[in-house]
Design a protein around this ligand. Structure first.
Ligand SMILES: [Fe+2]
Length: 296
């Protein structure tokens, strides 16, 4: 147990450890497809309890035996996204997805992906039962861990989930962690957000993350490519982000980005294009310095 705790070691708030996981604690958005499907909700509760226990006890992501309908859903969605990734994802994402052998043939195991990330960039994945309080979330990131869900959306709506699920996390967030600059960028944002005491500064860091990590575009050899996880994990957002006339695409200027609001509940209408990942990393460092947030 101790080795595991050190391996996946993140300081968890002791207040979060007082109660044993209760499968009935799961609360889902009322718009969740499948909310009236008892078998689906029972599976969600089971995954909720298991991943919560693994998170609170520092055990790393559990290895899952995925059910046939989950494997089918994964195969369908990931096969639809694959040609979009080949055509429109940034180079570091395509390289990492290949290195991690993420394909539609099999649902990837977060446990194994976490081991690969640890070897490549000393980062790792934290099992998350769902969305976490933002300070908890950023504290994990500050310690080079990234919280990921392991449940899948309901098969009746393969294109939609009101909250991040395994498909969003695995196809959006996980691959870029194979890149050193990306790992350092997100770790810095996590450290700064975890350390910030001014609510205005936290909001600026959240906006910086939203318009880069979650919904960023990046220039590559004169083309605009997709970088953000929210775009990369959505068959609708990839073409929307690059080709829709309803979307404005502006150069990533940090002072503008950190003062721009976003609405996570709709298709995005304003996006920013960064010249490179190294640029984003340097901009994040400059922002943290400007806000005088002490990070170690
Ligand atoms: Fe996300």
């Amino acid at each position: 147990m101790k080795d595991t705790l050190i391996q996946y070691g993140v300081a968890v708030d002791p207040r979060e450890m007082v109660e044993p996981p209760d499968p009935d604690e799961l609360e889902v958005d009322p718009k969740t497809p499948g909310i009236d499907d008892p078998a689906y909700m029972s599976r969600r509760r089971w995954i909720f309890a298991l991943t919560r226990k693994h998170r609170l006890e520092g055990l790393g992501p559990p290895v899952f035996e995925y059910m046939p309908e989950e494997a089918r859903l994964w195969a369908d969605v990931s096969a639809q996204l694959a040609p979009l990734h080949d055509a429109h994802a940034c180079a570091l994402y395509r390289k990492a997805k290949h290195e991690l052998a993420i394909t539609s043939a099999e649902v990837p195991q977060m446990r194994h992906l976490s081991d690969r990330l640890r070897a490549a960039t000393q980062t790792h994945l934290i099992p998350a039962e769902g969305s976490l309080a933002y300070r908890t979330f950023y504290r994990y990131i500050a310690a080079r861990g990234f919280p990921v869900t392991q449940f899948l959306r309901h098969p009746s709506h393969p294109e939609f989930t009101p909250e991040p699920d395994m498909i969003h996390d695995c196809l959006g967030h996980v691959p870029p962690f194979m890149d050193r600059d990306y790992a350092e960028l997100i770790t810095l944002l996590g450290k700064a957000a975890a350390a910030a005491t001014d609510g205005g500064h936290v909001l600026m860091l959240k906006r910086f993350s939203w318009f880069s990590i979650e919904f960023g575009l990046v220039e590559e050899a004169g083309d605009v490519k997709v970088f953000g996880a929210g775009i990369l994990s959505s068959t609708g957002e990839i073409p929307n982000s690059l080709f829709s006339r309803a979307v404005t695409r502006r150069p990533f200027v940090t002072d503008v980005v950190v003062n721009t609001d976003y609405d996570p509940t709709y298709m995005q209408t304003q996006l920013f294009v960064a010249p490179s990942l190294k640029f984003l990393r340097a901009e994040a460092e400059a922002l943290v310095k400007k806000l005088a947030i002490k990070v170690t």
